[in-house]
Design a protein around this ligand. Structure first.
Ligand SMILES: N[C@@H](CCC(=O)N[C@@H](CS)C(=O)NCC(=O)O)C(=O)O
Length: 209
């Protein structure tokens, strides 16, 4: 096994880094300054035509898109520690929450941040930012993790979005069930290790004016 994470600080790459730290696997960090454009070079585009980070290489197999990275790495390497078994009854809920992060939270965040005016709500996939947040809040008010007592990679995906939403974008509440869930997440050793690496790499590649 030889894993490489293509990473830039202050980006969604943090989620993949946190996942790798939760998995406790050895991996190589290919960290770069996003303004250098490494992710737009021809060799990179062959691996991820979207030209985005993160990208995980498992040997010579490219894995892009956070939901796919989470499902693949957890199934392949976590021995069911971060994902329920394929045939388990928890599997549908696990997949639902993984997709909730990328298919519902992501566009809902964009709607909120860019003040999108959407004329026909029923025709869009994520309904609304407020509904997304309400559903997540009601669920997490009654559960330690999205799958109840079992922590999974779905929590890493949702937690990464919530962390950015609260700390960077200021659109996620600072108190209540979601804030308490985030506190539980950010106390995890995997999160703390990933945040130490993120801080180190942010210092290495400071934001350009
Ligand atoms: N849908 C992608 C989103 C990845 C993404 O948006 N990455 C941003 C950084 S946060 C990026 O690479 N932006 C650089 C660009 O588009 O040029 C995923 O889930 O991995």
């Amino acid at each position: 096994m030889s894993l490489t994470l293509y990473y830039t600080p202050r980006s969604r790459s943090f989620c993949a880094l946190w996942l790798l730290e939760e998995l406790g696997l050895e991996y190589k960090l290919e960290s770069f300054d996003i303004s250098a454009g490494r992710h737009k070079q021809a060799d990179y585009l062959l691996l991820n035509p979207m030209g985005k980070v993160p990208l995980v290489m498992d040997g010579d197999i490219p894995v892009s898109e956070l939901a796919a990275i989470a499902i693949y790495l957890s199934d392949r390497y976590s021995k069911e520690r971060l994902s329920p078994a394929i045939r388990s009854s928890e599997r549908p809920a696990y997949l639902k929450w993984i997709l909730f992060s990328s298919a519902l939270m992501e566009p809902a965040y964009a709607e909120k941040m860019f003040n999108w005016e959407i004329p026909a709500r029923r025709s869009i996939a994520w309904s609304s930012f407020d509904q997304m947040l309400e559903i997540l809040t009601n669920h997490i008010a009654q559960n330690t993790w999205v799958l109840g007592d079992k922590f999974s990679s779905a929590d890493v995906l949702i937690g990464s979005n919530l962390h950015v939403g609260q700390v960077v974008l200021g659109i996620i509440p600072k108190e209540g069930p979601i804030a308490e869930y985030l506190l539980r997440l950010t106390k995890r050793d995997g999160f703390i290790r990933a945040m130490d690496i993120e801080k180190r790499e942010s210092d290495r590649f400071p934001m350009k004016a």
